[in-house]
Design a protein around this ligand. Sequence first.
Ligand SMILES: [Ca+2]
Ligand SMILES: [Ca+2]
Length: 321
Amino acid sequence: MPITTKKTITRALCFILPFAVAPIGCSEIDPLEQDVLELDEEGMTESAEQALSVYETEPNNTPSSAKAIKMRDDNHGAFPSGDTVDYWKFNLPARMYVNIFLGNIPAGSDYDIQVFKSTDVSSPVWSGTKGSNADELVVSRDMQAGDYIVKVYPYGGPRGDVQYRLRYAPTAISRGWEWVDVQMPYCGGVNGGADLLCGGTCVRTGSAANPLWDPYRSDCSGFVSWAWQLAAPGLTTSTLPNASTTITGSNLAPGDILLGNGHVVLFESWTDKAAGKARILHEPTCDTVAKAETVTLTASSSSSNVQLWGANYNAYRRNMP
Ligand SMILES: [Ca+2]
Ligand SMILES: [Ca+2]
């Protein structure tokens, strides 16, 4: 089937941001899930606009016939009679933490997953081998840059009439979208704390209130600190360079940041790199909420300087342990 836009995503809450959300009443989410929260309807719509449903193309029974998948897309496949394996592949442009999810495994079946470096398809870097039809999920896996091969196969009970769902995302991007999806209010303090930037008190209610988020400031640098899994309440625009290293603008990869002009944003992806078009996630300023924006960047291969909104920013990558 061709790629289709994800208009049908609202049919089931379980089909959205699998590593980011565990909606009430959704049994598909693995208990390993770290970032449990509810998702409001607005967030669902915004998220739905960003993800695609993609279907496998058979034959895909060898690593060399693997179908390329993009971060955050929902990739679907099934095992009709005689089909014993599906291969997929993705690329990481830099070392980063990654979430990988395999779900919608039919009742009575047991599907497993293995992820390999493309240079060594004999020793998986991660295997998901839970029993029965439990979801397979790894969160915040430290993975090197490079090409990866994903093998999905039925351990038992192959079904051709039910589509499994495969997804991966950089952990920082998954976490960043969580705040965008709930429209986290900008505030220069932690939940319930003094707002040192806009005045008053930080009050998060509804889906924006969450024990995992409450200790973080929800200003621009608090947002990046949450996405980067830094300690709460988070670093600031002055101290984020202590946890990161400059990179050239043309090397920007998902999860990097642009810091400058008293602001910081999370780089999500190039939407058209040749044209300098990129998607960023950020907490803009007082009286706004976390949002995704498509922007034009002027970046070079020789400098960390990046022009954004007519101002000078610098590109940084989080330091890995
Ligand atoms: Ca298949
Ligand atoms: Ca196959």
